[in-house]
Design a protein around this ligand. Structure first.
Ligand code: ARG
Length: 268
């Protein structure tokens, strides 16, 4: 009787030990220190982006289902230089940092602006492109300055710094109602149907919409300009390597080439 008990107790212990080994092995692979091994010989980096943001990242449905854009080209150039293969995943902007925290992706390029709150959770490289905020509306609604927004409903992308801008406007005394959506095309859609009166969107992104849609107009917010940077896991050793390649690309003109390709102009 006693012997039985000890034997079964031991097998439970051994099973537990094996299971524990199994899990920690998996964990290592999942976290991968940002260098998960791929199937082939090349190491793969998994990039998260929110593909609703032309020309940074979007899907040109006329051409296919591939995510293309400035951020994709930039990420490919840097990771190639560092000897990695790149895999791109489409995730709502507001969930990107959580996804990296969970170890599902290794880096984020999504026109993401470094902010103190985000810096508590991730590391950012140097800025690679700057932009300003624009208040976008239908021409007919005659919204031309901040005070015109009094009593209006303003749309922003969930979790973006534009959402913070909207909060600041409200705190500044212009009484607005704030609505958030996961994706930029949803904001444009809500504008068109009148469910929101205006949206705060980055100037470099809304420029493309202005060209296609003559009903839209906007004015610039005179706030500090925001820039885009690459986010990597907190204390990642890769941040330095990414910065090195990024700065090489700034110096040898490769970054400018990409800017001209996707934004059609030089960065002032
Ligand atoms: N620059 C803004 C931010 O960091 C908006 C970025 C939105 N990016 C996107 N891919 N939708 O909050």
């Amino acid at each position: 009787m006693k012997k039985w008990f000890i034997v079964s107790l031991m097998s439970i212990l051994v099973a537990g030990l094996l299971a524990a080994c199994g899990t920690s092995g998996n964990d290592d692979q999942a976290a991968g220190n940002g260098s998960g091994e791929g199937n082939g010989d090349k190491k793969v980096l998994r990039m998260g982006t929110s593909a609703d943001y032309p020309p940074f990242e979007y899907i040109d449905t006329e051409k296919g289902e591939e995510i293309i854009g400035f951020d994709i080209d930039l990420a490919k150039a840097i990771t190639k230089e560092l000897g990695y293969e790149l895999e791109v995943q489409d995730i709502d902007f507001g969930s990107l940092i959580t996804a990296m925290d969970a170890g599902n992706i290794d880096l984020i390029l999504a026109g993401m602006t470094p902010t103190p709150e985000r810096e508590e959770q991730v590391d950012f490289t140097d800025i690679y492109y700057t932009a300003n905020h624009m208040v976008v509306s239908l021409k007919d609604s005659k919204l031309e300055k901040l005070e015109d927004l009094q009593g209006k409903t303003i749309g922003v992308q969930l979790g973006s710094i534009q959402e913070e801008e909207a909060n600041k406007i409200k705190e500044g005394g212009v009484d607005i109602k704030i609505e958030n959506r996961d994706r930029i095309p949803q904001l444009i859609q809500e504008l068109k149907t009148g469910r929101i009166d205006a949206a705060i969107i980055e100037d470099t992104v809304i420029k493309g919409y202005f060209e296609k849609d003559k009903d839209l107009t906007g004015f610039q917010l005179d706030t500090e300009e925001g820039g885009s940077a690459i986010a990597l896991p907190k204390d990642s050793e890769m941040t330095e390597e990414f910065n090195r390649v990024l700065n090489e690309m700034k110096e040898n003109g490769e970054l400018d080439k990409l800017i001209i390709k996707w934004f059609g102009g030089e960065e002032e």
